[in-house]
Design a protein around this ligand. Structure first.
Ligand code: XUL
Ligand code: CO
Length: 435
């Protein structure tokens, strides 16, 4: 039984192919810097967008055609969706997927019933993973959709809601362990506030940290050795979210003794909502040895919200892959397409065009980044730019060998300092040579 009968197996056909169902650049077995593209990029599909996003927006209902879905909350419907999803993964040649507990199985307004449904669906997912050789990149609990979480989960003013959320995390961790998940994500869409007038920020942050510590402790107990991640986003749905950007997350993790247990799952459109480039967020995370995984998408420069578009911008994918290569590549992380089709792209085949585009854009980014690294001029320029720190007063300051008096004496003995150009335009031209 095929749910996408008109869609062929997507394969690499090379840059001259005109086949819309072929990769022009993603050649999974091609070696780049001695490693296959497949292993560099570690693509994952997001269950919530592929299977559950009906493309509704605040002004209108869903448009997506999902002929396999009877729209019921039954376990049978959830199991059928999983079958559809694995056919999609097979045809796309995507090795990994990510889910929220309530994407893969229904919320039944009762923890025991919801968890029993989750157990049944994950039994089926485990069978599918084995049969199709697919893997779980990360799991997570949806602690933001149900009305009980309207005022937060880990940061809810209600201790009973916190406890409910914690119990849901327990079940989601059990599910992630069962499916061999390589990671587990915390994204706190409602872990923030709408107004400070009614909010005890300090207490809420203490509670959020407590939830993360509970999860870390429970993971140890059950033998879950996957990587925990926190996913920054400044706002939407909350007015202000505590995990607003990479720097805020790192400060929170350090303050609460969590830094050794969580890395960051960075998302491009969240970076831009926070007023940063993705490269900025990745650099902040990498500096703290906390660059974990990536939710690959992009925003629209004219729209001020999270549009979750598929990544097509080659400058973006090149900068992302430059940083990934520079840090030695993904270990537990990967490139998860946390991206949705436009509301106008409502046919099932659009799911394929969207992912093909994202995968080809990252393949090109990977090749460009490897080319820039092999060329060496960019790295050499940056190294030279800081050369004055390698000797003389620079080396003494870096090694803390001098105080303000010695520095002052040095300056008095020197002519006015001169600067060499930052050469931004020349470096932009250099990047363009490889794109
Ligand atoms: C929301 C978002 C989430 C997380 C997982 O903006 O990115 O889908 O990735 O909860
Ligand atoms: Co995300």
């Amino acid at each position: 039984m095929s749910y996408f009968p008109s869609i062929p197996q997507v394969r690499y056909e090379g840059p001259s192919s005109k086949n819309p169902f072929a990769f022009k650049h993603y050649n999974p077995d091609e070696l780049i810097e001695g490693k296959s593209m497949r292993d560099h990029l570690r693509f994952a599909a997001a269950y919530w967008h592929v299977m559950r996003n009906d493309l509704s927006d605040p002004f209108g209902g869903g448009t997506a055609l999902m002929p396999w879905d009877d729209r019921s909350d039954s376990v049978e419907n959830a199991i059928k969706r999983a079958d559809v999803f694995f056919e999609f993964l097979d045809k796309m040649d995507i090795d990994y997927y990510c889910f929220h507990d309530r994407d893969i199985s229904p919320e039944l307004n009762n923890l025991a019933k919801s968890t029993a449904a989750l157990d049944k669906v994950t039994d089926h997912l485990l069978t599918l993973q084995k049969a199709h050789s697919k893997k779980l990149l990360w799991g997570t609990a949806c602690l933001f959709s149900h009305p009980r979480y309207a005022q937060g989960a880990g940061t809810s003013p209600s201790a009973e809601v916190f406890a409910y959320g914690a119990a849901q995390v327990k079940a989601a961790l059990d599910a992630t362990l069962k499916l061999g998940g390589e990671g587990y994500v915390f994204w706190g869409g409602r872990e923030g506030y709408a107004t400070l007038l009614n909010t005890d920020m300090k207490r809420e942050l203490d509670h959020l940290a407590a939830l993360l510590h509970l999860a870390v402790d429970y993971a140890k107990k059950i033998g879950f050795t996957g990587q925990f991640y926190i996913e920054p986003k400044p706002r939407e749905p909350s007015t202000h979210q505590y995990d607003s950007d990479a720097a805020a997350c790192l400060n929170f993790l350090r303050e609460y003794g969590l830094k050794d247990h969580l890395k960051l799952n960075l998302e491009t459109n969240h970076a831009t909502l926070a007023g940063h480039t993705m490269l900025h967020e990745m650099t902040v995370a990498a500096n703290a040895d906390a660059l974990g995984s990536i939710d690959a998408n992009q925003g629209d420069e004219l729209i001020g919200w999270d549009t979750d578009q598929f990544p097509t911008d080659l400058y973006l994918t090149t900068s992302v892959m430059l940083k990934v290569l520079e840090t030695g590549g993904f270990t537990t992380g990967g490139l998860n397409f946390d991206a949705k089709r436009r509301r106008e792209s409502h046919e099932p085949e659009d799911l394929f065009h969207a992912h093909i585009g994202g995968m080809d854009a990252f393949a090109r980014g990977l090749k460009a980044a490897a080319g820039i690294r092999a060329d060496g001029r960019l790295e050499e320029f940056v190294t030279k730019r800081y050369a004055s720190w390698n000797e003389g007063i620079g080396a003494k300051i870096e090694s803390k060998a001098v105080g303000l008096e010695e520095i002052s004496k040095h300056v008095l003995s020197q002519p006015e300092p001169t600067l060499t150009s930052g050469r931004q335009e020349m470096l932009e031209n250099l990047i363009n040579e490889f794109i």
